[in-house]
Design a protein around this ligand. Structure first.
Ligand code: HEC
Length: 227
């Protein structure tokens, strides 16, 4: 009789242990792990789920954030702040002006920059119907900039242009600089445009590109390709 009781207790303890183990399987509340015979379904195994804050009794799990200042292997954080364009001017483009690099720069430009800066850097991208129009990248001012300054502005953002540091790494950005140089070598010099910040066409803006007014017709033509 005694041994039967002990046996029953053992089963109960084993059952409790299994139930407790179920808590660690990362299952939604109320669902028990699916088993085929003695096999646990592969989806019901202990694992970290990024959206699940706490399955291991309060210890941090998949939601662990990288400590402040952590740097990924092979990542070189860009050191200059937005106002340090002059310091960035001293940076030297580490990539060769080769067809491969220019092709990569064209790829990045046509996927990221073209929406605002336009197919030839004139500042006439389709987004400018609804977003402040950037100055042309073909002006003498930008031609005279060091590579590092062209690198710096999209990296840290300028005026209404946001920083692109989260989308693009240094290789992408230096390739774009080569591509901008390539365009400058074939496109005519653009007249200096009124400062884009403020987005109000100044008196002298007629010399440059007039700010398009986003009318309903213009908005509709966004999907119809570039004019
Ligand atoms: C969302 C629109 C947008 C995108 C995308 C964008 N830019 Fe800009 N960019 C602007 C605007 C607007 C300005 C002018 C900002 C100001 O001075 O107020 C600007 C300014 C610049 C300038 C400085 C030009 C000058 O004469 O002051 C450079 C260089 C530049 N962008 C390069 C790039 C490159 C390279 C990319 C792609 C990696 C890029 N931008 C993506 C909108 C954009």
């Amino acid at each position: 009789m005694r041994s039967t009781t002990i046996g029953l207790m053992r089963v109960a303890v084993a059952g409790l242990a299994l139930a407790a183990a179920g808590c660690d399987l990362g299952l939604p509340a109320g669902r028990s792990p699916h088993r085929e015979g003695n096999r646990l379904d592969m989806i019901d195994q202990p694992k970290l789920k990024p959206q699940r804050a706490d399955i291991f009794g309060g210890r941090p799990t998949g939601t662990l954030e990288a400590p402040a200042g952590a740097v990924a292997i092979d990542e070189t954080p860009y050191p200059y702040k937005q106002a340090q364009a002059a310091e960035a001017a001293a940076l030297v483009n580490p990539l060769p002006h080769s067809p491969e690099v220019i092709a990569h720069g064209k790829f990045v430009y046509e996927n990221v920059c073209i929406t605002c800066h336009g197919p030839k850097g004139a500042g006439d991208g389709t987004l400018t119907l609804v977003f402040p129009k950037p100055p042309s990248l073909m002006t003498q001012k930008v031609r005279d900039w060091a590579d590092g300054e062209i690198f710096h502005r999209p990296m840290r953002g300028q005026g209404s242009m946001p920083s692109h540091a989260r989308q693009l790494d240094a290789r992408d950005m230096w390739s774009v600089v080569h591509y901008v140089r390539q365009m400058q070598s074939v496109e005519p010099v653009a007249p200096a445009s009124a400062p884009a910040s403020g987005a109000t066409p100044a008196a002298g803006a007629s010399a440059g590109q007039a700010q398009p007014v986003p009318t309903a017709a213009a908005m509709n033509s966004i999907s119809g390709g570039r004019s």
